[in-house]
Design a protein around this ligand. Structure first.
Ligand SMILES: *Cc1c(COP(=O)(O)O)cnc(C)c1O
Length: 220
């Protein structure tokens, strides 16, 4: 068994049934990602559209590609033919563009709304109220080529368990409120290498784990 295989088995064994593991493969070459593929893993996440497109072209077509990073509207068209789930939808404008590009490919693209949960100043994500307004709006009903399936959150970059618990708890309670209005919501995407078990304790149904599977990233 390769290290990557072992890491995957270990993480999967620690997750309750029903929690999806998204292997975050950003910056890693196809040869490395293929080790996880050979071990049977199929769900991979990237944070840059061009990089995801290049890997999609090279890799077997049964991979489910998740876009977990911030999405620029003008790049949606490149991922529209194949993307399986867009985690970080943070505006109506972006959602409309995803809908438009999905229509061209006769697809329905699954999306999550990114809710701002971190206390630290971060640029992306909507407030809980904004997410509710979007979900309740009549315009959304006209967007028949997107399907909003849940929420995604990025916690503060910290080891402070109390802080993380607060932020994960906030996303879970926001989700519960919105799900009461929209029973089709079913995904809570939260938790990364350092905190995915804590996220699961707080109700995460989808964890995004990179370095604990593939090793540290080298951005140079
Ligand atoms: C890189 C990244 C992850 C994974 O981070 P690790 O700490 O390596 O597990 C998760 N989510 C998003 C949005 C990321 O960009």
């Amino acid at each position: 068994m390769s290290n990557i295989d072992q890491n995957l088995q270990k993480i999967k064994a620690s997750l309750p049934e029903g929690v999806t593991l998204v292997a975050i493969s950003k910056t890693k070459p196809v040869s490395t990602i293929m080790e996880a593929y050979q071990a049977g893993h199929r769900v991979f996440g990237e944070n840059k559209i061009q990089e995801m497109v290049a890997k999609w072209e090279e890799m077997p077509k049964d991979v489910k590609w998740h876009m977990v990073g911030h999405v620029q509207t003008n790049k949606v068209k490149y991922m529209a033919p194949f993307v399986n789930l867009v985690h970080a939808v943070d505006s109506f404008k972006l959602l409309k563009e995803i809908n438009k590009q999905a229509a061209k490919h006769d697809r329905v693209i699954r999306c999550l709304l990114q809710v701002k949960i971190a206390e630290e100043e971060s640029k992306f994500g909507m407030g809980a109220q904004e997410a509710e307004t979007l979900l309740q709006s009549d315009t959304l009903k006209e967007l028949t080529h997107v399907s909003i399936e849940g929420l995604m959150g990025m916690a503060t970059f910290t080891n402070d368990q109390e802080q993380l618990s607060k932020e994960f708890g906030f996303l879970k309670s926001t989700f519960d409120q919105l799900q009461a209005l929209h029973p089709s919501l079913c995904i809570i995407s939260m938790g990364m290498s350092g905190d995915y078990l804590l996220a699961v304790e707080h109700g995460s149904t989808m964890v995004r784990v990179g370095s604990s599977i593939f090793g540290e990233r080298n951005y140079s």
